[in-house]
Design a protein around this ligand. Structure first.
Ligand SMILES: [Mg+2]
Length: 435
C-alpha cells in the first residue's frame, strides 16, 4: 500500500536538487529526553525543565533540557545546582531511559513507512536512505516534511531533518535549524551553506582535531575543503584525507540498517558517577562495572575478543584524559578488560584532581586463537566462561542477582544497571582519539 502524503502547506518550496545522487536524511529528535518528559507532564511545556542523571546526591548532571530552560542558558553536561543558579525555577526530573527507548521505537516505526534503510545513531538520531523511496513518496524534501509532520502529529515530539546526498552533510543539515524543521543541503547551495561553518560542525571533528586544524590555518569547512590533501595527510595521517572528503561532500559511506549486522568498530561505555572518586580502589570498582557492561555487549554481539582497550577519564574540572593499550592477550571477559583498563588508568592518571567520569571501550576484534606461552590465555578463557554464566543468571533473574564483591564497598553502585541505561554508539570510522 503506497500512501501518498500530501505536501500540504509547503507547496511553494523549491525542489531539492540532488541531481540523481543518493537521497539521505538525518532525523534528530529535538531535546529528546526533555521532550518525552514534557509529553507526560504537559504542565512543564512552558516551564524550564532539566532531565538529570539519577544520582540524587549531586542532583545529577543535566542530560537534557527543554526550550524554556535552554533560553535561560541551561546547558547539557553542567551540574544541576549550577544550572539552577542561572535559572532558579528550573525543575529536575530523573532520566527514565526505558520510556525514551519506547518513544524512540515509535518514531522509528514512522521512518519505516518510508524506507527500510535506517541506521540509528544513538537513541535520538537516525540516517535514512530514501533514494528508492522517491518514486513512491515524492522527492527527498517532501519525504522529510512528511516525516517531520507525522512525528509531531502522531507522537507529540519534534524532529529536525537534514537532507543531502551524503551522511555527513545530512547530519550537519539537521543541526542547522531546530526544532521542528527541514534543512536541505544540495549541490546548489552547499558551498554557501556548509563552507562558511567552523570545522567543528563536521561530524567526528572533536576539539583536538579542530585545534590541530586551526594550527594549520583551517578554521572553516571551506578552508578544509580547499586545503591540499597531501598537506592534510602529512599532518593528520589517513584521517586528514577522510576529513577532506567529508568537507567536499564526497563521503560515500552507506546507511547501514541497524537491524542488519554491520561492522562494529568499537564497543564502549562511560558513566558519570554520583560523587567524585578520590581513590584508586573506587576507580577500580567503577572500571569493573563498566567493563562488565562492555563484556556483556561483546558476548551479545558475538564480536570475539578485543586486542585494544581504551579508557577516558574526566576529572572534576572537566579535563579529559585518554589512553589506549594492548592487553597481553585479546580480551572479552569483564576481568580481562578491567585489568587492562586499570593498568592504563594507573599509568595515565596523576590524581591532579578527583575523578568525575570514566569510560571504557574496546576495539580491534579478533576471533583467531592466539599462541600464548604464559597461560594468560587460559586465565582469560576462564574469566570469559564465568562471565557467560553470570550473564545467563542475570538474564533470568535480573541484573542485581550477581554482583562483584568490589561493588559492595559502595551500596549505591550496586543499583546501577549500566547496560540497561546507557547506549552504545557506533564508533567513528578511523577517528583519532580526542584527548
Ligand atoms: Mg537530538
Amino acid at each position: 500500500m503506497a500512501v501518498r502524503f500530501g505536501p500540504a502547506g509547503h507547496g511553494g518550496l523549491r525542489r531539492c536538487r540532488l541531481n540523481g545522487k543518493r537521497c539521505i536524511l538525518h532525523s534528530d529528535l529535538n531535546n529528546f529526553y526533555a521532550s518525552v518528559e514534557c509529553l507526560r507532564r504537559p504542565e512543564f511545556w512552558n516551564k524550564p525543565l532539566a532531565v538529570c542523571g539519577s544520582f540524587e546526591d549531586r542532583h545529577g548532571v543535566v542530560l537534557a533540557k527543554n526550550m524554556p530552560a535552554k533560553q535561560m542558558g541551561v546547558k547539557t553536561g553542567e551540574v544541576f545546582w549550577q544550572a539552577k543558579q542561572k535559572c532558579p525555577e528550573l525543575v529536575s526530573v530523573p532520566a527514565d531511559f526505558p520510556a525514551y527507548i519506547k518513544v524512540s521505537r515509535a518514531v522509528r516505526a514512522i521512518y519505516e513507512r518510508f524506507t527500510d534503510r535506517i541506521e540509528p545513531f544513538g537513541i535520538d538520531e537516525c540516517w535514512l536512505d530514501v533514494t528508492e523511496s522517491r518514486f513512491l513518496f515524492g522527492d527527498a524534501r517532501e519525504i522529510a516534511e512528511c516525516i517531520r509532520a507525522a512525528v509531531k502529529r502522531e507522537i507529540g515530539v519534534t524532529v529536525s531533518v537534514g537532507v543531502s546526498w551524503n551522511k555527513i552533510f545530512a547530519k550537519l543539515a539537521s543541526d542547522l535549524k531546530k526544532p521542528d524543521a527541514v534543512t536541505v543541503i544540495d549541490e546548489q547551495n552547499y558551498r554557501n551553506v556548509v563552507w562558511r561553518l567552523p570545522v567543528s560542525n563536521l561530524l567526528y571533528v572533536g576539539k583536538a582535531t579542530a585545534k590541530r586544524l586551526l594550527q594549520l590555518g583551517i578554521g572553516t569547512i571551506g578552508d578544509l575543503a580547499r586545503a591540499d590533501e597531501a598537506m592534510l595527510t602529512a599532518n593528520l595521517g589517513k584521517w586528514g584525507k577522510v576529513l577532506h572528503t567529508y568537507a567536499n561532500g564526497e563521503d560515500a559511506s552507506e546507511v547501514l540498517p541497524g537491524d542488519r549486522p554491520h561492522v562494529v568498530k568499537s564497543v564502549g561505555n562511560s558513566l558519570t558517577c554520583y560523587r567524585d572518586l578520590t581513590s584508586p580502589e573506587e576507580v577500580h570498582t567503577l572500571l569493573l562495572l563498566l567493563s562488565e557492561s562492555v563484556s556483556a555487549r561483546l558476548t551479545e554481539k558475538g564480536l570475539g575478543r578485543a586486542e585494544t582497550v581504551k579508557i577516558s577519564v574526566t576529572d572534576n574540572a572537566f579535563r579529559v584524559y585518554g589512553k589506549q593499550g594492548k592487553p597481553r592477550v585479546p580480551v572479552s571477559s569483564a576481568k580481562g578488560i578491567a585489568d587492562c583498563a586499570f593498568a592504563l588508568f594507573t599509568s595515565l592518571y596523576s590524581w591532579r584532581a578527583p575523578v568525575r567520569a570514566l569510560g571504557v571501550s574496546v576495539c580491534d576484534f579478533t576471533v583467531a586463537e592466539q599462541l600464548d606461552l604464559f597461560g594468560n590465555d587460559r586465565q582469560e578463557e576462564k574469566s570469559a566462561k564465568a562471565d557467560a554464566a553470570v550473564l545467563r543468571l542475570r538474564e533470568k533473574y535480573g541484573s542485581g542477582i550477581v554482583q562483584r564483591a568490589a561493588v559492595f564497598q559502595d551500596a549505591r553502585l550496586k543499583n546501577i544497571d549500566i547496560k540497561g541505561t546507557h547506549l552504545i554508539r557506533p564508533a567513528s570510522p578511523d577517528a583519532p582519539d580526542e584527548e
